[in-house]
Design a binder for this molecule. Structure first.
Ligand SMILES: Cc1ncc(COP(=O)(O)O)c(C=O)c1O
Length: 390
C-alpha cells in the first residue's frame, strides 16, 4: 500500500476525521482534516503483522517480559539518533501526554509553576493548568522564518516558583531543530534555576534530509541528573491510538521517584502497544520511515509553494515534522476572518494557532501527513478562499 492510496477514515473512530465536524464545523462530506497530529496512511507492514499475529492467537492476557521491547528501543536510539541508553532507564506510560502529566504530578506541587517556550504544543499548558500549576511562558522570538531562544528574557520572567521546564525538541509547531549549543544553553538555564528538564522528543524521527536532530542527553550530558527524555513511536509510525510512550531517565534518583508514582497509580504498559513498538523499531520499520520522510518532503514542498503564492500568507520552512505552521499576519486579517475562510470557505480543519500560546495568534497549523492528492486539494481550496488577495 502506498502513502498516496486514499483511505476514507470517516466512521472509523478517528478523532481527526470524525470530530472534524463537531469541533470545527467543517463538513464530514467533503472537508479536509488537517489538524491533530496523526497520519492518513497505514503504518509499516512489520507493525501490522504483529497485530495480525496477536489477533490470530486471540489471547489478550497480561503481558510479561519487556526484554525485546527495551532492546528494540535501545537499538532504535543508537541506530537512528546515535544515542546509547540502558534498558533499565526506560519507563513506559500511556503515551506522551500521559508522560508530561506524570512529570508535572511527580516533580511539582499545586501552585508551583512550569516553564514552557511558546508557541508550543498546546497540551503542555493544558496539562499544567489542569494539574493546578501555573504556566510560566518564555516566548521564543521570531527572526525571519526561524524561532530563536531568548534566555535572558526567559530569566526575567521566572517568578521563583518554577520546578520544571518542559522543552519541545524538535519544536511543535514549526519543526525547528535545536542545535546542540542551543540545547546546552537550555540545559544550563534549567540547572541554574534548579528545574527538572523534561525534553519531549516525540517528533525526533521525521527529520528532513540535510538536518540533524541531537537528543538533549547527547547535547548536554552534564544535565543528565536533572533530565527526563520523552520518546514514542506514535507519530513516527502513526500508532498514537495504542497509547504507548517512554520516559528515558538515566538518573537513578529521578527514575526511582517516577517508578514509585507509576506503581502507586498502577500504570502498566498496554501489551499490544508494546508489541507494536517492538516491531516498529526494526530495520524494516526504519526503511518504512525513510520512505515516509520522502513522501512528506514532497508534500511540504507542494504545500509551501502553493500557500506562499497567496499574498500575505507564509508557511514557515520545516526542518522536521509534518506540521506546517502558517502565518497569516501579512494578510492584515483578524484571526476570526482568516480562520473562517479556512474552515468555512476552504472546508479545512487546521489547528488554531492561539492554542499554542504567545506567538501563535496569527497562525494555523496544517497537518501534511496525508495523501498528495489531498495536499493538492487543500492548496487549491486555500488559493480560492483567499483569491481576492491575488
Ligand atoms: C510535542 C508533543 N508531545 C506529546 C504529544 C502527545 O503524544 P501522545 O499521543 O503520545 O500522548 C504530542 C502530540 O501531538 C506532541 O506533539
Amino acid at each position: 500500500m502506498s502513502f498516496d492510496d486514499i483511505i476514507d477514515r470517516i466512521g472509523t473512530h478517528s478523532s481527526k476525521w470524525d470530530l472534524m465536524e463537531p469541533r470545527f464545523g467543517v463538513p464530514a462530506s467533503d472537508g479536509l482534516a488537517m489538524w491533530t497530529a496523526d497520519s492518513d496512511y497505514p503504518t509499516a507492514d512489520c507493525v501490522r503483522d504483529v497485530v495480525r499475529a496477536a489477533a490470530d492467537l486471540g489471547i489478550f492476557g497480561y503481558f510479561g517480559d519487556y526484554g525485546d521491547f527495551h532492546e528494540a528501543i535501545g537499538w532504535w536510539m543508537r541506530e537512528r539518533h546515535d544515542w546509547t541508553i540502558e534498558p533499565d532507564w526506560i519507563l513506559t506510560t500511556h503515551g506522551l501526554g500521559n508522560a508530561v502529566a506524570l512529570c508535572i504530578d511527580t516533580w511539582s506541587k499545586p501552585g508551583d509553576s512550569v516553564v514552557i517556550f511558546p508557541p508550543v504544543y498546546h497540551e503542555f499548558a493544558g496539562k499544567i493548568e489542569r494539574a493546578g500549576r501555573k504556566v510560566t511562558e518564555c516566548p521564543l522570538s521570531r527572526v525571519g522564518d526561524r524561532y530563536m531562544l531568548d534566555l535572558d528574557a526567559a530569566q526575567a520572567r521566572l517568578t521563583g516558583t518554577e520546578r520544571l521546564l518542559i522543552w519541545c525538541s524538535p519544536q511543535n509547531p514549526s519543526g525547528r531543530i535545536w542545535t546542540p549549543e542551543e540545547q546546552r544553553a537550555v540545559a544550563d538555564f534549567a540547572l541554574r534555576n534548579n528545574l527538572i528538564l523534561v525534553s519531549d522528543e516525540v517528533h525526533h524521527d521525521l527529520v528532513y534530509a540535510g538536518e540533524t536532530f541531537v537528543p538533549m542527553d547527547v547535547a548536554a550530558p552534564a544535565a543528565r541528573h536533572a533530565l527526563v527524555t520523552l520518546t514514542a513511536a506514535s507519530k513516527t509510525f502513526n500508532i498514537a491510538g495504542q497509547r504507548t510512550g517512554n520516559m528515558i531517565i538515566a538518573d537513578a534518583t529521578l527514575r526511582a521517584a517516577m517508578t514509585t508514582r507509576l506503581h502507586a497509580l498502577d500504570l502498566a504498559p498496554n501489551g499490544l502497544g508494546v508489541k507494536m513498538v517492538t516491531a516498529a523499531y526494526s530495520p524494516e520499520g526504519a526503511a518504512w520511515v525513510d520512505a515516509q520522510i520522502a513522501h512528506l518532503d514532497a508534500n511540504r514542498r507542494l504545500f509551501d509553494a502553493g500557500v506562499n503564492a497567496i499574498p500575505g500568507v507564509r508557511s514557515l520552512p520545516l526542518q522536521s515534522t509534518y506540521l506546517a505552521w502558517v502565518d497569516f499576519s501579512g494578510t492584515g486579517m483578524a484571526y476570526e476572518e482568516f480562520d473562517a475562510r479556512v474552515r468555512k470557505t476552504a472546508r479545512i480543519a487546521a489547528s488554531p494557532g492561539p492554542g499554542f500560546g504567545t506567538g501563535g495568534e496569527n497562525f494555523l497549523r496544517f497537518n501534511l501527513a496525508t495523501q498528495r492528492a489531498r495536499v493538492t486539494e487543500a492548496v487549491e481550496r486555500l488559493q480560492k478562499a483567499f483569491a481576492d488577495l491575488q
